[in-house]
Write a protein that binds this ligand. Structure first.
Ligand code: ACO
Length: 400
């Protein structure tokens, strides 16, 4: 491990690496990723095994604290989260200030940032105890806010967490309950649990790097997470899950011919990209996409849903994987390619897909923020290579 102190005061040549394609920004013990072999592990445990055997709250604990919790640790963690799950009533006023047309990701980012105002003590984290308090608060309140972004769009009543059911189930209940009525579908809960685990961390991606860099100025956990939500929103990152479904819908409306869209994606004069395809790190296959593709078949069958766009997606994948352009560039389906089809089968509206991703990624953001603070990393501050004007003399306005 590098001793950060040894680098103190060192300056020298600047490495120019737009998009940080080959730049390591930190050392991390959280997530291991081998893009060539398609390996993904959280704290040493394979994603395949975690998705099959663990539940989301256990994975949250694992990512944040480094070990799988035993029964009493998990129980305490759950109780601490439940104790913090009531969201201040005044937050509803903030929420209701948004037009119903607002995108839920914009609303979620704003609400997460607003949480700081209602919990000012969460900003200055001097000790691990302070950190723990901030962590359980955001884990508790974030799913409530996520559910509220959906309810507000539909002008429906807002609910707090049901204290007697699990983390993922209560998220679904807050999203879909009508009055006191909510019909639990265990299959939906299990499928969502699995999806959230698969999204829970992915080392130094765009939103996680954002969380680390914002947190490095000691801005506080909630402000850092809010910035992470904004970064995730973009269609080249988490927003791809919404964009994939919109693309598949467009192909369907166009008669289902995928070749036209493949040609568009290959055309360098056309900004269109095959959404849900390609990845900065995976150059063989995305192990999450493999699990999700299989889960999509299972979930749709279990729920008795027939969705024609699943076949379109499979056809598009097959055509792309046989195409020289995609082979040469090592472009494969990523985590977002099939996830939207599952969310849709669960009755989750398209605009909410990236919000679901954010709920899943929350423990990863928290773990990375905590690691960064515990390691006392310096403020993130990249350099540049200046290519602008040389020294110029000021011109009075009448002479411009
Ligand atoms: N469709 C068509 N061409 C593509 C695609 C795509 N989806 N993805 C990459 N390419 C092409 C590029 O045009 C480029 O071609 P060139 O070498 O001829 O110029 C080459 O493949 C390399 O692509 P880059 O953009 O340089 O790769 P980068 O690592 O910067 O981008 C990214 C990765 C953003 C994921 C990209 O593949 C993409 O835009 N995919 C579509 C959006 C998407 O699905 N995002 C979700 C990613 S997963 C996640 O964030 C959760």
């Amino acid at each position: 491990a590098i001793d950060i102190k040894q680098l103190r005061g060192q300056t020298g040549a600047i490495t120019l690496d737009p998009g940080y394609k080959n730049t390591g920004a930190c050392e991390s013990a959280i997530t291991f990723l081998d893009g060539e072999k398609g390996i993904l592990r959280y704290r040493g445990y394979s994603i395949e095994e975690l998705a099959e055997k663990a539940d989301f709250l256990e994975v949250c604990y694992l990512l944040i604290f480094g070990e799988l919790p035993n029964k009493s640790q998990l129980q305490k963690f759950n109780t601490d989260i439940l104790d913090q799950s009531i969201v201040n009533e005044d937050m509803k006023t903030v929420l209701n200030g948004f037009p119903e047309s607002a995108h839920p990701m914009g609303v979620l980012s704003s609400l997460t940032s607003a949480l700081t105002a209602f919990n000012p003590k969460s900003v200055n984290v001097e000790s691990e105890e302070d950190m723990y308090r901030a962590i359980v608060k955001i884990l508790a309140k974030f799913p409530v806010l996520a559910a509220w972004t959906l309810r507000q769009k539909k002008s429906q009543a807002l609910y707090n967490k049901d204290m007697n059911i699990g983390y993922v189930e209560s998220l679904l209940k807050m999203m879909f309950q009508e009055g006191k009525t909510y019909k639990l579908n265990k299959k939906v809960v299990n499928a969502l649990d699995k999806l959230l685990i698969l999204h829970a961390d992915h080392e130094q991606n765009c939103s996680t790097s954002t969380v680390r860099i914002v947190g490095s100025s000691h801005a506080g956990l909630f402000a850092s997470i809010s910035a992470g939500v904004s970064a995730l929103w973009g269609p080249l990152h988490g927003g791809a899950n919404q964009a994939v479904i919109e693309m598949l819908e467009e192909i369907k409306a166009d008669g289902g011919d995928t070749s036209k869209f493949i040609a568009k994606a290959k055309d360098k004069d056309d900004p269109f990209r095959l959404m849900g395809f390609g990845h900065r790190v995976y150059k063989n296959f995305d192990p999450r996409a493999k699990i999700i593709k299989k889960a999509a078949d299972e979930v749709l069958e279990q729920l008795g849903v027939e969705d024609p766009i699943l076949e379109i997606a499979k056809g598009l994948e097959k055509a792309a994987l046989e195409d020289e352009y995609f082979i040469e560039r090592k472009l494969y389906p990523n985590v977002d390619f099939y996830s939207g089809i599952i969310y849709r089968a669960m009755g989750i509206p398209t605009e909410m897909f990236t919000v679901m991703f954010a709920v899943g990624r929350l423990p990863g953001w928290i773990a990375q923020w905590r690691e960064m603070r515990l390691r006392k990393e310096p403020i993130g501050r990249p350099r540049q290579v200046y290519i602008g004007e040389n020294h110029r003399k000021f011109k009075e306005i009448e002479n411009r």
